[in-house]
Design a protein around this ligand. Sequence first.
Ligand code: CTP
Length: 471
Amino acid sequence: MKVLVTSGPTREPIDPVRFLTNRSSGKMGYALAGAFTHEGHSVLLVSGPTNLDVPANVDFIPVETAAEMHDVVSKHIGRMDIAVFAAAVADYTPATVQPRKIKKSGDTLALELVRTADILGSARQPFGFTGTLVGFAAETENLESNAREKLIRKHCDLVIANDVSKPGMGFDSDQNEVLLVYPGRTESLPAASKHELSLQLVDAIVLLSTNDSQPLTNHRFPMTDLELATQAALEAGKLIRQNFGSDATVDEATHHDIKLALDKESQDLITGILLGARPGDALYGEEGLAGNQDSPRQWIVDPIDGTVNFFYSIPHFCVSIALRVAGEIVVGVIHDPMVGETWTVEKGGPAMLNGRPIQVSKREDLAESILYVGCGKDEESLRSGIERFHRASLRARKMRMMGSAALGMAYIASGRIDAYIESRISLWDIAAGQLLIESAGGKVELTAVPGHADAWSIVASNGRVPLDEIL
Ligand code: CTP
């Protein structure tokens, strides 16, 4: 693969003898360039001034300023498969460079600085880079949340975050300890030399890049059902996110509903990943059936829950995947590709959000609760739904009707809202959410709607707020 690595500090000249710079040694970027080459990839290293030797067989373009690095990257990034931005680029540069050495005069000296271009932030737009994009975040506080904010803001596939306030780590040191912040999860790698760490990082980045373009059947490691479902949800989420805001092809529109070509595309992608890895399984999705329908193992898939929101450019929708074995839901994953939140659960284990255990809310009083009451799509459920909404709204603190049942259930599992009530809903909307809520300490009651296969009325809650009076 072709890999671009930026590294080192930049130097922003003040006058012919002085410059602004930072404490980056360039060691991490150089170690990464060496490790990619060692693994057989072709590397272009673009670096600010360092004391390091350029690793063997690495193409090298030296730069000084942020502006020079920006120009070189913009010229070369288009032909790359992977771009890793390890440089500590100056965020500000002197507004003017004095042509002659500044002589000392008064007691103070003010320098006017202006912002430099954000190179990593330009990679997707305007550079148009579509490969695997990796940034670094050197932080002194709120490591994970700051890194996740960068991940989203700069449209990265991965942000490698380190806490530079830890003694002996990061800047100028040979050691580093990092968090890998992905859209749907965070992993931590223990402290290691920058050399060892770079080998692990190259593996993680190459894997990410391979998974970006190929179905999971080529995955190197055997995966658990939960890992497989998570991977499928993330891949589908990526497809949906890439299409968000652009004109979608409508396959079918009724008065109260819309089906997009993307619903089908997303389900096809999920089917390829799940059944590619588990060819004997059955799949039951909103967009139809696939696989061996006699199998006791059945994947239940909603490829986009909240299609109407998606179509109207409202960023609130998700992918929902559950696995039912012999009639019992054993795995659930709900992924919100816009916020980068992924809920996961295995039967008997804790419900998790981005790798951390979650619990339903402890609220017991309706007057403090937030209720999501859906009103359905057909005339009858709209009528009864509105009446219930009216009753509930007089008792609850706030009502919400958000447009994605699965995401609403994930919000209950996380303790954000307290209950979800709807009189007619399909299995694929609620299967993963049910296991999530129950594993997070809540309660889900389903009643079959007579005369409709797999249609349910649902009352899901934290198990504490009294709902009987409003049902
Ligand atoms: N980066 C870049 N071009 C810049 C600034 C940063 O390419 N002009 C890249 C770095 O190489 C790194 C990531 O962006 O991969 C760091 O993000 P950034 O938000 O710039 O980090 P800080 O400067 O530490 O941010 P802040 O002051 O916002 O915390």
